[in-house]
Design a binder for this molecule. Structure first.
Ligand code: ADP
Ligand code: NI
Length: 216
């Protein structure tokens, strides 16, 4: 008999089988591994809640479901209800999933448990650094965005709707989101991991502009 975790891994792999490269099983698995790394320095935490929140956090991303933000939590709830997990833990996991996304600058976070903080940090860390760069260009390619256009300036004042509908060049996304994430980490472990990944993106952008001008 497969364990609850094994069943959940299989469910996530199947559900995300055709997902865009930045939102596939490997994203989920990286977030899970990173959350475990962060959790090691955060003392007493509910590992079960962290495991399921990582595994199910992108099970039905609203970006790929016509903006419907209720599908993900619903699918996660239905899956967990089939497993022997306490109602309290299921509710905590669903609460985390509901509150995880970064919505174009607005912080909607009335939930403040350590488990939420860790999973959100792990997901945000996967959006920056070398992996973050790869994911951004993969997402931009998937959406047919330009790599860069010096004529189109980043927009730091978008509403959530404008942010979702944006088809700006992928380089703009660095200024509109990726370079802002380092200051939004919750835990000290994630903060120091984010510093390194942030510096790497800055170095990357310097090189990008130099190459763009044929200077390096
Ligand atoms: P997650 O689903 O992991 O919470 P998001 O859904 O916000 O994260 O974004 C998934 C990935 O796609 C991230 O790496 C993010 O940087 C990238 N991405 C999202 N929007 C854009 C965009 N407009 N341009 C380029 N990359 C984007
Ligand atoms: Ni994610």
């Amino acid at each position: 008999m497969a364990t609850n975790l094994e069943r959940t891994i299989a469910f996530v792999k199947t559900t995300l089988a055709n997902a865009e490269g930045g939102h596939d099983w490997h994203h989920i698995n990286r977030v899970w591994k990173t959350a475990k790394t962060i959790a090691e320095s955060e003392g007493d935490v509910n590992h079960l809640v962290i495991d399921y929140a990582c595994l199910l956090h992108d099970i039905a991303d609203s970006k790929f479901h016509n903006g419907d933000e209720s599908i993900g939590p619903k699918v996660a709830f239905e899956h967990m209800s089939q497993l022997a997990i306490s109602t309290k833990d299921i509710e905590h996991v669903i609460d985390i999933i509901k509150h995880m996304s970064f919505k174009g600058g607005k912080r909607v976070s009335p939930i403040d448990t350590i488990e939420f903080q860790i999973v959100q940090d792990a997901d945000r860390l996967d959006a920056i650094g070398a992996i973050g760069i790869a994911r951004a260009f993969n997402y931009g390619g998937h959406k047919m965005f330009a790599l860069y256009d010096p004529e189109i300036q980043p927009d730091l004042n978008m509403t959530a709707e404008q942010y979702k509908a944006s088809s700006a060049p992928t380089i703009n996304h660095f200024y509109e989101k990726l370079l802002l994430l380092k200051d939004r980490m919750n835990t000290s472990t994630a903060k120091s991991m984010a510093e390194q990944r942030h510096r790497f993106m800055e170095t990357y952008l310097d090189q990008f502009y130099a190459e763009w001008e044929g200077k390096k």
